[in-house]
Design a protein around this ligand. Sequence first.
Ligand SMILES: [Zn+2]
Ligand SMILES: [Zn+2]
Length: 395
Amino acid sequence: MLLVAMLDGERIDATARTPESWAALQASEDRKRLVLPGCNIRAVAKTRGPDTRFFAHHQGMDCAVDHGGESAQHLAMKEALAQGIDAVPGWHAVIEYPHPTREWIIDVLAISDDRHHRVAFEVQLSSQTPANYVRRTQRYFDSGAFPVWLVPRNLEYSPVRIPTVVTGFGKESEIPENHADLLNLEITHNLALSQGTLGDFVAGLLVNGPQGNPGSPQEQQDRMDKERKRWIAEQRADAERLVKAKEAVERTNRGSVAPEKAFGPYTVHTESGPFVWATLTDCWKCRQQMMVWEARSLRPGEQYSSAPRVSVKAEVGQKRYENHPDVHQAVNTWITRSGAAATKAQIETRHSQGAGGEYSAFVCPSCRALMGQIYIAQINTEHWSVISAPLLRRT
Ligand SMILES: [Zn+2]
Ligand SMILES: [Zn+2]
């Protein structure tokens, strides 16, 4: 069932006819020259019941053109949409608009009177694969019309968003006597305009344009591809960073040695002074060896028979115990008394990229390169030894 036929190049719209003029057309000699738009196959003017007037292909003629659904429900919905569109100031409807390539017919095309805007309303009552929705939706965008699909129920999920209005009105639904009553259907849609009746939707869409327009399927696909490429590049960069960080830790460990291994065991003992552990590590930049240390104070009442294992802080603030005068003194004493040719690292305030704040960092005494605390914390225990400890007692 179709609503438009052509007579000598002129559109004959079945919805615009009175019962009398329809009957006259059916009886006229003109009827033999009626053809359908798109395929140019001879059309027959038909009637069903008191209100339904439509055209059909002449019996026995094969047609390759996609005219859209031909059920009575499909036809009623097209009529209702056309009326909804014509009721919006500045817009008019063209029912069964043949695409210039003549391969397909747009069910109802809304055209703004200034001809700058076109919205294609496509009534799809039969099920259709997601791939077909994507292909046909792209076709509208490519021809400069924003498409809207009117479907009876929600489409199956597709990563590409298709502008859709769910009407609840399907192939088996009862048709109201006045087809325009279909504009009162409560609908849902995915175009971010307020929800309401079909008539409200048509008016809102034409007046305000599509809100949250997802773009054509091709544009959406391009965005998804781009996002995926970006994600892969990010994963790769993360993996590379991890490898580099791991290499840096390994390099630091290869360039670190415990003072007792380098110079023989020697510990400064104080009455109640700090525990100080040290490692001799190479500057990652200039390769100069320097001593860095980790310290903790003796807590009141604590007694040890041996020094606890070193536990290096991974994060330090602006104040750190390693920079306390007592600790500096312990390190200096160890260097003097042991006679070791060790050079102390310096402690300076630096900005931390990770934590976003200031912290007191070890820096190379010759080139002032930062020795990241995160790397110092990953120097293996075997490369540290105690250089200063309180007098140890048997517990
Ligand atoms: Zn045809
Ligand atoms: Zn250096």
